[in-house]
Design a binder for this molecule. Structure first.
Ligand SMILES: [Zn+2]
Length: 266
């Protein structure tokens, strides 16, 4: 009862005390805030949205994520330094790692795999699939695919077909989503190992500037289960105006909530 006395001291009130004695599970009603790390070590191409100004302020996408995640009730931290993810103890601080990395980042890849497989969340945005592409098959398998190329323009709208309209990351989109961004293409993926949420509608997209073929399979967001953990990836997020787009923000927050197990959908 000492443990409960502490708890009663926090919330106070005789009625709550009585409820607490009857239903011991009541403490679970107020879970701790989820803590997210937005990690954007760029060892190859550094996207403008994750380039921090010399003044040391957060980068554009970091500021946007801070605003939306804070509003959603999460604690969010930021790093671009592999010293912050050098061992599993440092990972243990977080419920989700949001990756916007490129090239061969130096943070602890094995600790990341253990983190996810233990039941935590990985959210990959845009260049996350342009990461560790030449470092074996494990990372492409975990995140779901590897980047191959992108279109010649990032200013032309494409039509994205929403394949799963009930998922927390896509239920705000309707049947299709028309948006301009740098559109990634991937290989080393299999629809057997991922749940594709949305993909390019090649019948409704101007394919030439996207370097795409009619009937090609171009997934744009997907989910996976990895061990006990969840992976959500969205290929969007190159352009600044995508980050301020309310639909993209809902899409990203929905995927993040799902990956952390905060939604009913499996
Ligand atoms: Zn890009």
């Amino acid at each position: 009862m000492i443990h409960h006395a502490n708890w009663i001291g926090v919330v106070g009130g005789a009625v709550v005390v009585a409820a607490g004695l009857i239903c011991l599970g009541v403490e679970d009603a107020k879970p701790a805030k989820k803590r997210i790390l937005f990690y954007s070590e760029s060892e190859d191409y550094r996207h403008s949205v994750v380039a921090r100004p010399l003044t040391g302020e957060l980068a554009f996408a970091e500021k946007e994520l801070k605003e939306m995640a804070t509003k959603a009730g999460y604690d969010v931290e930021f790093s671009q330094s592999y010293h912050d993810l050098a061992d599993s103890k440092q990972f243990a601080r977080y419920d989700a790692i949001v990756m916007y990395t490129s090239g061969n980042p130096k943070f602890n890849k094995q600790a990341l795999f253990e983190f996810i497989r233990s039941g935590k969340a990985l959210v990959g945005i845009h260049a996350a699939t342009d990461t560790w592409r030449g470092e074996g098959e494990e990372f492409p398998k975990v995140i779901g695919a590897a980047f191959t190329t992108h279109g010649l323009t990032n200013a032309e709208k494409v039509t994205i077909k929403v394949e799963d309209r009930n998922h927390p990351a896509t239920k705000m989109l309707g049947a299709e989503w028309v948006i301009a961004d740098e559109i990634y293409q991937h290989n080393r993926f299999s629809r057997d190992r991922m749940h594709v949420l949305m993909s390019i509608d090649t019948a409704k997209t101007n394919l030439k500037p996207q370097k795409m073929e009619a009937g090609g399979d171009y997934p744009m967001a997907w989910t996976r289960q990895e061990g006990k953990g969840r992976v959500f990836y969205t290929a969007l997020g190159h352009r600044e105006d995508v980050w301020t787009n309310p639909t993209f923000r809902e899409h990203l927050l929905g995927g993040l909530a799902w990956a952390m197990g905060l939604t009913d959908e499996k």
